[in-house]
Design a protein around this ligand. Structure first.
Ligand code: GDP
Length: 265
């Protein structure tokens, strides 16, 4: 199997010195110190679990003999989707946003899980279903592109409207460039269907703290003014440096009903 990344497990993160540890576990919180004094930071700390909750979430993402994390199947149409037996989350975003890298990072403690990537142009894009023990399923939705948003819209629209076990949609946005025209296609769809979703800013290691904060504030403002279904706190991740991954695992565990009590840090 694949060797897991150096900071894939909380036990490894805990060995870092304090400020580095905060940056890895709570990357959004780290940005607070660049804010003008008096700025309302409520949207930076809505979901801020303590170590106990982070550890319980991590256990779900770690496969062992009694608990399998596995790829289930791929589907092009809804009739081929596995039965909606467990609470489910799905990940959507435009091609190249870092979706496969993020899902790989989330599943890095279950190295036998293979997150497949189909990027061949013209190749049929599929929904990929993963099962996390008896707890929840995670769906990797096809990436939407600039040229053929229609394929995406048809498949994703049907999924979002019909999937009754869907607990939350994670919309990935490139943290380097912020919201793009194509991202608004997904946002409009989620808003129209009244589906609860969360925005995840990817590749944060590729942008300076100043640049990242600028994007964060702009997107926060957009979420506040123009959306109904979006969770007010943004999630920031780097699949390379492993920042935000532990927090995101914890949020997934929470929204799927597997971590009902999340004590604050
Ligand atoms: P997808 O099309 O959304 O599945 O995107 P991928 O996960 O394949 O990533 C697209 C490109 O961005 C690849 O070259 C990745 O190596 C790169 N990438 C993805 N996530 C990160 C990240 O967190 N940091 C950096 N620096 N690069 C990333």
């Amino acid at each position: 199997g694949r060797a897991s990344a150096p900071l894939a497990a909380l036990s490894q993160v805990l060995r870092l010195e304090r400020s580095r540890r905060t940056a890895v576990v709570f990357p959004l919180q780290k940005l607070e110190r660049y804010l003008a004094p008096g700025t309302d930071t409520a949207r930076f700390r809505l979901f801020q679990p303590g170590l106990g909750a982070l550890q319980r979430a991590e256990a779900l993402f770690r496969s062992d003999c009694g608990h399998a994390v596995s790829y289930v199947s791929s589907a092009v149409r809804m009739e081929h989707a596995p039965p909606p037996a467990l609470p489910e989350v799905c990940f959507v975003g435009r091609s190249n946003v870092g979706k496969s890298s993020l899902i790989r990072a989330l599943f890095s403690l279950a190295p036998e899980v293979e997150v497949r990537v189909s990027k061949t142009p013209g190749h049929t894009k599929k929904m990929n279903f993963f099962k996390v023990g008896k707890y929840f399923t995670l769906v990797d939705m096809p990436g939407y592109g600039y040229r053929a948003p229609q394929d995406f819209v048809e498949m994703v629209e049907a999924y979002l409207q019909e999937r009754h076990n869907l607990k939350r949609t994670f919309l990935l946005v490139d943290g380097v460039v912020g919201l793009q025209k194509t991202d608004h296609i997904a946002i409009e769809m989620l808003e129209e269907f009244g589906i609860p979703y969360v925005m995840v800013l990817t590749k944060i290691d590729r942008v300076s703290s100043g640049g990242l904060l600028k994007n964060v504030l702009k997107i926060q403002e957009f979420v506040k003014e123009s959306t109904q279904g979006c969770f007010p706190q943004l999630f920031l991740v780097s699949s390379v440096e492993f920042s935000g991954i532990h927090l995101l695992r914890c949020f997934v565990a929470h929204v799927t009903g597997n971590l009902p009590i999340v004590e604050a840090s």
